[in-house]
Design a protein around this ligand. Structure first.
Ligand SMILES: NC(=O)c1ccc[n+]([C@@H]2O[C@H](COP(=O)([O-])OP(=O)(O)OC[C@H]3O[C@@H](n4cnc5c(N)ncnc54)[C@H](OP(=O)(O)O)[C@@H]3O)[C@@H](O)[C@H]2O)c1
Length: 237
């Protein structure tokens, strides 16, 4: 039995969300593909007086993994999904392998759909997905990721009707300094410095900025079928 599942909770925004929820006494199960990553995260997260930490190895793109995850966890209050793999996705569409594009769609979009499918009847309060700024500010790269991110908003609206009164929402982060950038062949620090000058917020995001937004949407009983932009104003520059 756990209160919240975070698929992608082994690093980045998902890990920050796990830390936030645990500090409020929520029991959290973190999920990802790498058992080592989850074990390291669990060691960081476990604190006396905080919620209990569970870890389950699963690939959100594999239906049998998602089915087994929900069968194992049983009833749960909240599910958050931050899972994404950006390996090989950066570049012009003509240069991206079709298998990579399929992998992005299978993880980000169909993975979220599988969560909706197997959460039905098991989740009591909320499901929250993660999209991203590239759906709204295309930059000549990452186009298939942008397409998957854009589709998540429609998926959430559909599931919000289907699964009601369970609330289904999306958080759309701007640029946030996490390990996902290490998968991209670019000068991260230079890109962050350049964007920070132009962004209304004058800085890139932190995993904690996004975790706060997740916690707010998860716990506000009147927010459903909504996409919340947590991007420092990136859509306007
Ligand atoms: N960072 C940014 O600037 C940014 C901006 C906009 C949107 N986003 C979105 O924000 C979300 C969180 O990203 P992040 O920055 O926190 O990246 P991250 O640190 O790389 O976290 C992604 C997590 O997802 C897990 N994961 C990847 N593929 C998975 C799969 N198939 N099944 C289960 N777990 C999987 C990874 O663990 P394993 O590898 O062990 O599975 C990892 O722990 C992503 O959806 C990303 O697209 C990020």
């Amino acid at each position: 039995m756990t209160d919240a599942i975070i698929i992608g909770g082994g690093s980045g925004m998902g890990l920050a969300l796990a830390r936030t929820l645990l500090a409020h006494g929520t029991d959290v199960t973190i999920v990802g593909r790498s058992a080592d990553r989850l074990a390291q995260a669990r060691t960081q997260l476990e604190r006396p007086g905080h919620g209990k930490v569970g870890a389950v190895t699963a690939d959100i793109a594999r239906e049998e993994d998602v089915a087994a995850l929900f069968a194992r966890v049983g009833q749960v209050n909240h599910v958050a999904v931050t899972a994404a793999d950006a390996t090989g996705v950066y570049g012009r569409t003509a240069a991206v392998a079709t298998a990579t594009a399929r992998g992005v769609i299978e993880t980000k979009l169909l993975g979220a759909w599988l969560v909706g499918k197997y959460a039905d009847g098991r989740v009591t309060d909320s499901i929250t997905f993660t999209s991203g700024i590239n759906a709204y500010r295309p930059n000549g790269s990452n186009t298939v990721m942008a397409a998957a991110n854009g589709a998540l908003a429609s998926l959430a609206r559909g599931l919000a009707i289907e699964l009601a009164p369970v609330r289904v929402n999306v958080i759309s982060p701007g640029w946030v300094d996490t390990a996902i950038w290490d998968q991209l062949d670019m000068d991260k620090q230079a890109a962050f410095a350049d964007l920070s000058k132009r962004l209304p917020a004058r800085r890139v995001g932190t995993p904690e900025d996004i975790a706060q937004a997740f916690a707010s949407v998860m716990h506000n009983g009147f927010v459903t079928g909504t996409e919340l932009h947590v991007d420092g104003g990136h859509r306007f520059v």
